[in-house]
Design a protein around this ligand. Structure first.
Ligand code: HEM
Length: 222
């Protein structure tokens, strides 16, 4: 099948909005959360609790809406785990990248993410995210269940899980930000997530589909 490279809008407007608002909320939650935890005290405790509670509610709403968006647009298929190409991508980031060798994954509309990236986003969505919101909601509703026997002990376990998940989220964020710098230029991937545009290979059928149905998504005039 013949494929030609084209500049295409690969991240829809909602996808970019969701990505950046999620990033801001996670940053705000991490900052206020670690003030609550006592790691640093750049703002007072009560303000941190208020900021944390409201941003948590906003993030849960954003996640609910985005889950709905992912399923209704078919975007969920991008996150299906696969092993094909996984070893090559691991080898690339561990070794080949140091010698400027080409990335083994070619972005397509069907697979915008490489296998390793897909797996890490899936872990984010089904492990780290839920660990935070489940433990967070139990934490938030402590006043409703503090009458049950052993509530103090349960509370300790919940705060432990919430903090452990927060550390996992931070590890994800640091690795994710490092990965964004490994494109053609250090800011290439960041720019793509702002403009939505990336040069990828399109099949003749995909190109015809875009030209006919979504001409604005094709950003070059060939
Ligand atoms: C997603 C929904 C979330 C909910 C519902 C939630 C809820 C909560 C609540 C209720 C508290 C206790 C505040 C208080 O003392 O009243 C808390 C603490 C905390 N949160 Fe979250 N949170 C969420 C997400 C996050 C995220 C994304 C992070 C960091 C990346 C985070 C990090 C923390 C930390 C470090 C603490 C302090 C734990 C401790 O030492 O007790 N939270 N959270």
């Amino acid at each position: 099948m013949e494929k030609v490279k084209h500049a295409v809008v690969i991240y829809a407007r909602y996808e970019r909005f969701w990505h950046w608002s999620q990033a801001i909320l996670i940053f705000v939650l991490a900052f206020s959360g670690f003030v609550i935890h006592g790691t640093f005290n750049l703002i007072d405790f009560e303000t941190a609790v208020n900021i944390h509670t409201y941003s948590a509610i906003a993030l849960i709403l954003l996640w609910l809406f985005t889950t709905f968006w992912n399923f209704t647009t078919g975007n969920w298929k991008q996150f299906l785990p696969r092993t094909q190409g996984l070893l090559a991508v691991i080898r690339y980031y561990a070794w080949d990248i140091l010698f400027g060798r080409p990335h083994p994954h070619t972005k397509t509309m069907r697979r915008k993410q490489n296998a390793l990236q897909g797996l890490s986003y899936l872990t984010f969505m089904i492990v780290i995210g839920p660990a935070l919101w489940v433990s967070g909601i139990i934490y938030l509703t402590y006043d409703l269940w503090n009458v049950i026997e052993g509530s103090q002990d349960i509370f300790q376990v919940v705060t432990f899980f919430h903090t452990a998940a927060a550390f996992m989220m931070m590890a994800f964020a640091f690795i994710h930000i490092y990965m964004t710098t490994t494109g053609k230029t250090p800011l290439h991937y960041i720019k793509t997530m702002i403009t939505g545009v990336e040069t990828i290979e399109l099949t003749a059928a995909e190109k015809a589909y875009f030209a006919e149905q979504h001409p604005k998504m094709l950003r070059d005039k060939e």
